[in-house]
Design a protein around this ligand. Structure first.
Ligand code: PRT
Ligand code: MG
Length: 213
């Protein structure tokens, strides 16, 4: 049995065509089913649904043989025990610094002031500001980051942006681009040895179905 860990929503939706190219069809729709283990047309392949941030953990400890996770999630997790053979180029977005439109970020950086930054992505934020030599106080949040600068909790946020409409709706502006984000295939290193052939076939099929850079 091969177990693939996916999160509901964009990652599940955007992985479906890649699975299809590999001859795999998921037999239930996670939006209507309450099941957390979904069968496929292949008796030896199943999908487990977990939170996006839990995908690396499931794969690391062998709860799943492989999974699909965002670069953001993988950096925050650290990547221990994971083989990352493939950038699938799905669920693309960017990691950015954003502030209120009336906050002068450039001036704050230039003056060397301590900047309060709220984010769910503390590892990415820590690395980014350390590389730039900017002093920050990081405030860990688990969601609704956009609210932090509006309430005075923080001067800036580090968050994912795709269309930019969430920032716009909250009168926030992107002031710095940190990195491009897409989702990757991650594989349990022990499973790669024990289930070498079927996993190789699956990785190759995903690779052929992934658009070129
Ligand atoms: O949403 P939930 O709390 O259940 O879990 P999650 O946020 O961990 O999962 P999900 O499915 O939302 O995101 C899974 C992965 O998709 C992330 O780890 C990213 O790698 C990737 N991804 C791609 C995104 C986005 N695009 C994205 N736009 N993840 C989140 N967003 C959010 C962003 O945080 C912000 O709140 O969408 C909002 C911005 O979108 P725009 O279009 O308004 O700019
Ligand atoms: Mg989300």
């Amino acid at each position: 049995m091969i177990t693939l860990a996916l999160s509901k929503g964009r990652i599940f939706e955007e992985t479906l065509p890649l699975l299809k190219a590999a001859g795999i069809e998921v037999l239930e729709d996670p939006e209507t089913s309450r099941k957390l283990i979904l069968p496929t047309n292949r008796p030896d392949v199943r999908v487990v649904l977990v939170r996006a941030t839990d995908v690396p953990t499931y794969v690391q400890y062998g709860g799943a043989d492989l999974g699909v996770a965002g670069r953001d999630v993988l950096i925050e997790h650290g990547g221990a025990g994971l083989y990352q053979p493939l950038d699938l180029r799905i669920a693309r977005c960017r990691m950015s610094v954003a502030t209120r439109d009336d906050f002068d970020y450039a001036a704050a950086v230039k003056q060397g002031s301590r900047i309060r930054v709220a984010t769910k992505y503390t590892e990415i934020a820590r690395q980014h500001f350390a590389d730039k030599g900017v002093h920050v106080d990081l405030i860990k949040l688990y969601g609704s980051m956009e609210l932090a600068p509006l309430t005075g909790l923080a001067d800036a946020i580090v968050d994912l942006v795709s269309t930019g409409s969430t920032l716009k709706a909250n009168r926030l502006v992107e002031v710095e681009h940190i990195m491009e984000i897409s989702s990757r295939l991650v594989v349990n290193q022990a499973a790669l040895k024990l289930k070498r052939e079927p996993l190789r076939q699956l990785i190759d099929a995903f690779a052929s179905a992934t658009p070129a850079a």
